[in-house]
Design a protein. Structure first.
Lengths: 156, 499
């Protein structure tokens, strides 16, 4: 499974190189295409070299072993965890788009902490404090207007 | 010169100037700690407050703020794997693994000391070198600038923890992503697929937040909710002291990185990112613990931190003496000079020498103050890493989302954040170098711009100019340093046995 993942990622990098190369060819002037051609060509050569190296060393296993010094995590991707993660990551983004930062920040912090069995008092205090910090810090100190949310903009 | 020194000393005795120094330092540290907001946003906001103020007072606020932003930014890079400013990205490569290993306090101590002392030493270098820098900087052409950027890029091979090919691939991908948007010299939109958002290119803040912060959150979540908090055990003030001592243990590394940072800071347009990566790469290549880099090696924290504050002094000299901004933040500081009625340029070392020396002394003082303040607050700051994951994750995620949004107030930044977060996670999983991609992304546009200028001005063989050739030689020899060292060791053993 991991071997497949690594090979797919290598193919992805190769595809990125090839895509940039072909798109560069249609650019009008040499100034536009010089750097993209140079670097996409370089990427393709390197991807082919890496693929060949892995193949020649019979390195399916070797290629998958996550680094000699262990940067890569030793975890599998269970579908349930991925779904949970997508919900926690995507939820706040959807919330910000619909309800804005001012509503989403406390709601997200509160719900995450409660579902992870933190006490009500702690969850409420942290949610309120974080909201005050972000809203005050951005809108009053840095003069940056945080997004109000699509629904609120619709009501206005 | 003496008149200038006397005037600068007189300025320094002004209580209002000292108040502005403290205000600038404190706000710079706080803004530095908040990811993605960064020094430029902060300095730009402060510009509004200096109009009509005496030059030495107004500029003190701006320069003090800009000098310590990177000191604050190192704290979140080390403790949360979120670079407070893009310049702090190199610090997290070794800083965060140290935190995961329970040595966050030591990393913070080393970073703050290295950063503060680097800024102070570079300030003194600036004082000494003001009469010398103008003729040198005026002789640097686009050919050398391109090769200096390539020097930064050549460190991609050094930065990668595993395969050199994978590191180079990551770097090339970073450069390609940087080329999305309008071409700088012709204005042709490239790789935008008709999207207006992409016309200005992919924003650097969501890219860095995705690559480093979001990918860590994904990883931690998939490992299990308590993965980070269970391994983070910071010992407190004792560790911070140990980190301070580490800087003196690696004194030559610190000195070398400071000097590298200062001199790269002097070169206009190369950018602070080059300075930190060159310092990091140099530290890795010359270290006895080369293999430990990237897994939580304190030398990997000391080198970029020394360079990041040191380059500000160099950039200030070039900016005020030549009127050419040596770094992005310096462009705003130049605007500040114009706002208070001073025109930057050679007159800064004749008519306004007192002000120039005052600004350099402010850099020295604000680095000292910033370093002391942060070291005293470090035991409280490092408690961030003791916060349970159930509290840390939502706070960090909200911080990341806000950071991605505030840069240009676009919701599309979330899409970039997610895409680069997934890319960063996959790169981590399959042992590709995320720092190399970040470096390629940061330097890609500059590399292209200087390449085109160099080819047009000096022809396709621009790299054969004597100054350029020396940089080419360094680029070629750098990846060979480990092999040359092995040969030297082998020869040493061989001759040792014979004798």
């Amino acid at each position: 499974m991991k071997t497949k993942g690594s090979s797919l990622f290598l193919l992805f990098t190769l595809a990125v190189g090839v895509a940039f190369l072909f798109m560069s060819l249609s650019l009008p002037s040499i100034q536009d295409k010089l750097a993209p051609l140079l670097f996409s060509g370089f990427l393709i050569i390197l991807a082919v070299a890496e693929g060949t190296k892995t193949f020649l060393k019979g390195g399916a296993e070797r290629a998958e072993r996550p680094g000699k010094r262990g940067e890569a995590p030793q975890v599998g991707l269970s579908p349930a965890r991925v779904k949970e993660l997508a919900a926690w990551m995507g939820g706040p983004i959807l919330g910000i788009c619909l309800l804005g930062f001012n509503v989403t920040i406390p709601l997200f912090i509160l719900s995450y902490m409660k579902l992870n069995k933190e006490g009500w008092l702690k969850a409420v205090v942290i949610a309120v404090a974080a909201t005050a910090f972000f809203v005050f810090g951005c809108e009053h100190f840095l003069q940056i207007r945080l997004y109000k949310g699509w629904l609120f903009e619709l009501l206005e | 010169m003496w008149d200038g020194i006397c005037q600068a000393s007189q300025n320094f005795a002004n209580p209002l100037l000292l108040t502005m120094l403290v205000v600038g330092c404190l706000s710079g540290l706080i803004v530095g700690i908040i990811p993605a907001i960064g020094g430029i946003v902060g300095v730009t906001i402060l510009l509004a407050f200096i109009y009509g103020v005496p030059p030495e007072i107004g500029m003190t606020l701006l320069v003090a703020f800009g000098s310590v932003t990177y000191t604050g930014g190192s704290i979140t890079a080390i403790l949360l794997s979120i670079p407070g400013t893009p310049i702090n990205a190199a610090t997290l490569i070794d800083g965060f693994p140290m935190t995961q290993r329970g040595e966050g306090g030591r990393a913070v101590g080393a970073a703050l000391t290295s950063s503060g002392l680097g800024g102070i030493f570079a300030g003194f270098l600036a004082l000494l070198s003001i009469p010398l820098v103008a003729p040198i900087v005026m002789n640097v052409t686009t050919a050398e600038l391109f090769l200096l950027v390539m020097l930064g890029l050549s460190f991609l091979a050094v930065l990668g923890r595993g395969s050199m090919i994978k590191s180079l691939m990551s770097g090339a991908m970073g450069v390609l992503f940087a080329l999305v948007g309008f071409q700088a010299t012709t204005g042709t939109p490239r790789f935008t697929f008709g999207s207006l958002y992409l016309y200005d290119g992919i924003d650097i803040v969501p890219v860095l937040l995705g690559l480093f912060a979001l990918s860590e959150l994904i990883d931690a979540h998939l490992k299990g909710a308590s993965a980070i908090s269970s391994v983070m055990q910071v010992q407190g003030i004792g560790q911070v002291r140990e980190g301070v001592k580490d800087v003196f243990r690696h004194f030559w590394l610190w000195l070398r990185s400071t000097v590298i940072g200062y001199f790269i800071g002097l070169i206009p347009g190369v950018g602070g990112e080059t300075a930190i990566w060159v310092a990091y790469g140099m530290a890795k290549q010359t270290s006895k613990n080369r293999a430990k880099f990237g897994t939580g090696c304190v030398e990997g924290v000391i080198a970029p931190e020394a360079a990041n504050n040191a380059k500000e002094s160099g950039a200030l000299v070039t900016s005020v003496v030549l009127g050419i901004p040596g770094a992005a933040i310096m462009a705003v500081i130049l605007a500040g000079l114009l706002l208070v009625g001073i025109t930057p340029g050679p007159k800064m070392v004749t008519e306004h020498l007192g002000l120039t020396l005052t600004l350099i002394m402010i850099i020295i003082a604000s680095n000292l103050l910033g370093c002391v303040l942060c070291l005293f607050a470090a035991p409280w700051l490092i408690r961030i890493s003791r916060i349970p994951f159930s509290i840390l994750l939502p706070l960090v995620w909200v911080l990341v989302l806000t950071g991605a949004y505030v840069r240009d107030e676009s919701l599309w930044n979330f899409a970039v954040l997610i895409l680069f977060g997934i890319l960063g996670f996959l790169m981590k999983r399959f042992d590709y170098s995320r720092p190399a991609l970040a470096l390629g992304f940061v330097l890609g546009t500059l590399a292209e711009l200087y390449l085109i200028h160099a080819v047009y001005l000096h022809g396709p063989f621009f790299f054969l100019r004597p100054a350029s050739l020396s940089i080419v030689l360094i680029i070629v020899l750098l990846p060979l340093v480990p092999y040359l060292r092995r040969v030297a060791l082998y020869l040493g053993r061989l001759f040792g046995k014979k004798s």
